[in-house]
Design a protein around this ligand. Structure first.
Ligand SMILES: NC(=O)c1ccc[n+]([C@@H]2O[C@H](COP(=O)([O-])OP(=O)(O)OC[C@H]3O[C@@H](n4cnc5c(N)ncnc54)[C@H](O)[C@@H]3O)[C@@H](O)[C@H]2O)c1
Length: 286
């Protein structure tokens, strides 16, 4: 059932952004502020959120800034409650916070799995569970944007933990889309799948909890190569945020800002249908 029609209205509506202290989250905050929205910024990094306030030109009075660890369900519950109390509810939710771990899968540590899945997978699940029921109850138009990755559509070597977590975000988002459509309510979903962009993600271990230290022993050189690829990325975080907000306005589900990544997705599906072995997506388009 297709219920959502016409462009999304953003002015004077409320956006909640997780991972708002850096990278895409910061640029999404800037775009939402420019669109006239109230903002709720959430991150484990309070200094980062202060910087976001500074670069967006928002004052602490115009935005609610809240420390929130998305891997903790109670933190998302508190965030949803605070957004409702301050602004009357949430119209646009960005489940954006994410972290990365790298290295061959057989050397990934239990802590790598717990940390990355706690943030990337449970962070999105917690966001959906804490915010969507109130959106349904309110019955007004609302939207959810989940940040996955091109790594959620293809499976690059040395990225198993991260890629598996982002495949889970793709699956959760597609299921959420179908389930919301079945309600007949004007609530929709976008799935953001960017390629390499120069943000803070290559240094995401900066916020890794002490209880989950102990990364893949082969991570460092791989993250260094990933960092180089990110710095060479053709789109900036600001480009990705602008493209994402345009997609929300147009009510589009799949958001792939890096058009050159589509060849890799096509190749994977071709390999799958042919029943052979997958080609390495990092070897480029055949
Ligand atoms: N940069 C890229 O190349 C790229 C590509 C595809 C997808 N992504 C995804 O984009 C999203 C945003 O990442 P980014 O690239 O802007 O990186 P970033 O490191 O610049 O920003 C991520 C933010 O998430 C926050 N964060 C980390 N753990 C958290 C937790 N437990 N709870 C709340 N906040 C937490 C960090 O403090 C940081 O401010 C992530 O989901 C990432 O996987 C990034």
């Amino acid at each position: 059932m297709e219920v959502a029609t016409g462009p999304m209205e953003l002015k004077d509506k409320t956006a909640v952004i997780t991972g708002a202290g850096s990278g895409f989250g910061r640029e999404l905050a800037r775009c939402c502020h420019a669109a006239g929205m109230h903002l709720v910024l959430a991150d484990v990094d309070l200094d980062g959120m202060e910087q976001t306030l500074a670069v967006t030109g928002l004052t602490a009075l115009q935005a609610l800034v809240q420390r929130c660890d998305v891997s903790k369900p109670e933190d998302l519950d508190r965030l949803a409650g605070a957004a409702a109390e301050r602004f009357g509810g949430t119209d646009l939710l960005f489940n954006n916070a994410g972290v990365i771990a790298a290295g061959p899968i057989w050397k990934a540590t239990p802590q790598d799995w717990n940390w990355v899945f706690g943030v990337n997978v449970m962070g999105v699940a917690n966001g959906i569970r804490s915010f969507v029921p109130a959106m349904l109850e309110r019955g007004t138009p609302a939207w959810i944007v989940n940040t996955a990755s091109v790594a959620g559509l293809v499976c690059p070597p040395d990225m198993a933990v991260y890629s598996a977590s982002k495949h889970a975000v793709v699956a959760m988002s597609e299921c959420l889309h179908h389930e919301l459509a079945q309600t007949g309510q004007p609530i929709g979903v976008s799935l953001l799948c960017p390629g390499y962009v120069d943000t803070g993600i290559a240094d995401s271990a900066r916020h890794r909890p002490a209880s989950l230290l102990g990364s893949n022993p082969e991570q460092s050189p791989i993250m260094e190569r990933t960092r180089v690829a990110m710095r060479a990325g053709r789109l900036s975080a600001a480009d990705v945020a602008r493209i994402t907000l345009e997609a929300v306005l147009q009510r589009r589900f799949y958001v792939l800002p890096h058009r050159n990544a589509i060849g890799g997705v096509e190749n994977r599906l071709r390999d799958l249908l042919a029943g052979g072995a997958p080609n390495n997506p990092l070897r480029g388009v055949r």
